[in-house]
Write a protein that binds this ligand. Structure first.
Ligand code: SF4
Length: 368
């Protein structure tokens, strides 16, 4: 199954570019990511050319308001060159983010990225303790992260996100506080903090090391909320905090249920009517694009806009506007959760309450 992408009937829309190469495989990873050994490295030039072809094939309306190079580890490929070729599809004032892992960037590569128009960097730290990083097979250290953070600032990145993770094997509440404290001292513009999920098919799933239990994870989340609020960060999405005005514009497009086009293997896209995901095999993707065919698609579905708006919008502190979508079919379930104190209406918007945020998964499951 394959189709040409048509995105942009309702602006703004975002461009996502998936770079599926990684220097190593983290034990919890279930993303489309290939260890970049000599064999996979040979694919990089072919893959980058195929990404540009996929962009050229898509039917665009206007320019992307945001672009996001995610992975994988985008900084394993010549990203400045790639963005140089894709920038014609992106608005001049767009937010352009690249994910990076410590140890894969240099002062020179970051300067080149900045010059090419990439203006936001998302650094994957996860934890400030080297033994915790090793416990999930992340090969960088706290010092590697610090070096990457400093060269990013020197290269002119004034919008930096730091990714953190709680619930890691062997992680204590003290470790988690220390990670938050050390990152807050650096004062990045944005911090993401996700709880570890053990997904089937990952190394962690088969190894099953002892992990902090649900209560300990909930306590870590509460500590993050408290510590980051104390440091002046706005908690604008369940797992994301920012300095005022520094929210991720690209991720807001997802949570506000707008349109985006995903390029590359395993990349998801969404237009006004449907959502689809490219197939993952690298060879099939490159061969299709080289032959002038659309990227092979793995699955495609019609959108249920009301469910999407409800579930994604409730992730945001701004909530869901009553005027945006007809929520009448969820009326009973919404009322039940309002009685429990997990949802509330205010100013024409439905939101999770402070008590509802930690049980958001339960709320969504019940609503749908
Ligand atoms: S760096 Fe990210 S994408 Fe790569 S293996 Fe680790 S979790 Fe997966």
């Amino acid at each position: 199954m394959a189709a040409r992408a048509e995105v942009g009937a309702v602006s703004p829309w975002g461009l996502y570019v998936h770079i599926p190469f990684c220097p190593y495989r983290c034990d919890y990873c279930d993303f489309v990511a290939l260890p970049a050994g000599p064999l996979t490295r040979r694919w990089i030039p072919r893959y980058l050319a195929a990404l540009v072809r996929e962009a050229e094939q898509a039917r665009w309306q206007g320019l992307a308001a945001t672009a996001f190079y995610g992975g994988g580890t985008p900084t394993l490929v010549p990203l400045a060159e790639l963005h140089g070729q894709l920038a014609r599809f992106v608005a001049p004032d767009a937010e352009v983010t690249a994910e990076a892992n410590p140890g894969t960037v240099t002062a020179e590569s970051l300067r080149d990225m900045r010059r090419a128009g990439i203006n936001r960097l998302s650094l994957g730290l996860q934890a400030a303790q080297d033994h915790l990083l090793q416990a999930v097979h992340r090969l960088h250290t706290w010092d590697d992260f610090l070096a990457a953070y400093r060269v990013a600032r020197e290269a002119g990145f004034d919008r930096v996100n730091v990714d953190l993770m709680y619930g890691l094997p062997g992680q204590t509440l003290h470790d988690w506080r220390e990670s938050l404290d050390r990152v807050c001292e650096l004062a990045p513009e944005h911090i993401s903090a996700y709880g570890l999920q053990v997904e089937p098919g990952t190394v962690l799933y088969s190894r099953r090391p002892p992990l902090p239990d649900d209560d300990a994870q909930a306590e870590m989340y509460d500590v993050a909320r408290e510590r980051l609020a104390g440091a002046g960060y706005e908690h604008y999405e369940i797992s994301n905090w920012c300095r005022p005005g520094m929210a991720s514009r690209h991720n807001l497009l997802y949570w506000r249920n707008r349109q985006w086009l995903g390029l590359g293997v395993g990349a998801a896209s969404q237009d006004a009517r449907r959502r689809w995901t490219n197939a993952a095999p690298l060879a099939a993707y490159c061969e299709a694009l080289e032959a002038g065919r659309p990227a092979p698609i793995r699955d495609e579905e019609q959108r249920d806009r009301a469910s999407d708006v409800l579930v994604l919008g409730l992730r945001l502190s701004e909530g869901v506007a009553e005027a945006d979508v007809d929520l009448s079919r969820f009326g009973h379930a919404i009322d039940v959760h309002i009685e429990r104190g997990w949802l509330q209406w205010g100013g024409g918007r439905l939101r999770l309450t402070a008590a509802g945020v930690p049980v958001a998964n339960r709320v969504w499951a019940d609503l749908l």
